[in-house]
Write a protein that binds this ligand. Structure first.
Ligand code: ADP
Ligand code: ASP
Ligand code: MG
Length: 396
């Protein structure tokens, strides 16, 4: 039987009952392929561990933070293996370092350099189900590292590629990728198939459904993968694959992200930009023509990290919160005058703080309190809602 990588996010293993449900799902899948399971920390465990760290030290050393955060995935991998044993399956849990997920020497957001598959191939040979802790690896200098928030997706994609481009299924709490976050817009259209490029832009603009680096890695190796709900796998999901030639130009999705605007004074220019992009997840940036200001937009949760960096560099800056980055995404969106005109007519120039565009997207920054109304108008205008459908979350 061929191996298949099955990844379960934190929302899929949030409670002991969910872990048992997921074990049953894996048992069913084991009839058709040899599962290699990747699991995230239970529910909000990683957030809680972060809070715990901050309660001890306002700015924890990155090495110790990674040591702490990897614990979340260790808990879920061991519990899921136990649940699989109870169903009569031979399962064996492994940390990222045990299976040889080798990363660069960088804490908190390390890149995966290589996967040795050490113990995984042995486990498969012994007809055991390897359950691998997502989001973590070991650096070239043998330190425990993490891959960045949401990084279990990356573990799954990298494993599927290393195993020889085997089928890869990403189980989450929604049945696929929608034109808008289905929790906020229950009538959002769902896609049966989607191009890597569109999902990559969505992920890097704030849509949480999949880690941006994971989508890019899949695109690089052309590894199609399925995103589906672990609560209702029978509903199918979205197959993410290479589709650019089949895709007609037009708006496919709208994303939103809570952002901070950091306006940095001075002539640091390029060196600052490079440091910032290397250390903080920058969603967008712009500079004025005098070259005296560099304006960054970072996700709110990256605010502490960005402020620390700017303070360390001794730069003068001002900050503004309560803003949202709204991106309209699809092939040719940024180069279509019609789409641009429609967007500005729908939103109104006076509400736009900042605008940027590339071939695949146009992003604007607006006041947070206007976000909902603006997105609703845009979604209707670009035909992204399907009034006949109504997504109901697993809890409803
Ligand atoms: P997991 O715990 O499985 O990794 P995440 O919370 O990281 O799950 O990602 C799933 C969430 O992504 C969904 O609950 C949904 O609210 C959010 N999301 C945001 N935008 C979209 C979108 N366009 N399509 C689907 N889900 C989206
Ligand atoms: N547990 C990690 C996080 O919350 C990784 C993941 O969920 O993919 O970011
Ligand atoms: Mg996730």
């Amino acid at each position: 039987m061929t191996p298949c990588v099955l990844k379960f996010g934190g929302s899929s293993v949030a409670t002991p009952q969910r872990i048992k449900d997921v074990a049953r799902l894996i048992k069913d899948k084991a009839e058709t392929c040899q599962p290699v399971v990747v699991v995230s920390a239970m529910g909000k465990t990683t957030d809680e561990l972060l809070r715990l760290a901050k309660s001890v030290s306002p700015s924890p050393p990155p090495r110790e933070l990674d040591m702490l955060l990897t614990v979340g995935e260790r808990i879920s991998m061991a519990l899921l293996s136990m649940a699989l044993h109870d169903l009569g399956l031979k399962a064996v849990s492994f940390t990222g370092s045990q299976v040889g997920i080798i990363t660069e020497n960088k804490f908190n957001r390390a890149r995966v350099l290589e996967i040795k598959l050490y113990r995984i191939l042995d486990a498969l040979r012994d007809r055991k189900i390897p359950v691998v802790a997502g989001f973590q690896g070991v650096s070239l200098s043998k330190e425990i590292t993490t891959l960045g928030r949401g990084g279990s997706d990356l573990t799954a994609i990298a494993l599927a590629i290393s195993l020889g481009k085997v089928p890869c299924e990403i189980y989450t709490d929604v049945p696929g990728v929608f034109a808008l976050d289905p929790h906020d817009f229950p009538s959002a259209r769902r896609y049966d198939r989607l191009d890597y490029g569109v999902l990559s832009e969505m992920a890097s603009s704030g849509a949480k459904v999949m880690h941006a680096r994971a989508v890019n890695l899949a695109a690089k190796y052309n590894l199609p993968f399925l995103i589906l709900s672990s609560y209702e796998p029978e509903m199918g999901g979205t197959l993410v694959e290479r589709r650019e030639h089949l895709e007609s130009p037009g708006v496919k999705a709208i994303t939103t992200a809570k952002v901070l605007m950091l306006d940095v004074e001075g002539k640091e220019g390029v060196p600052l930009l490079i440091r910032m992009i290397g250390e903080v997840r920058v969603l967008n940036f712009s500079h004025d023509t005098t070259g005296k200001h560099l304006v960054f937009f970072v996700p709110e949760e990256e605010g502490d990290r960005a402020l620390k960096l700017l303070s360390e560099l001794g730069l003068r800056f001002s900050m503004r919160g309560e803003l949202s980055l709204v991106c309209v995404i699809g092939w040719g969106v940024g180069t279509s005058p019609e789409i641009g005109d429609t967007l500005f007519a729908t939103v109104g120039w006076e509400h736009i703080f900042m605008m940027s565009s590339s071939d695949m997207k146009i992003c604007i920054v607006v006041e947070r309190e206007r976000e909902r109304a603006i997105v609703e108008r845009l979604a209707k205008r670009f035909n992204l809602l399907d009034e006949k459908r109504s997504f109901k979350g697993p809890d409803s």
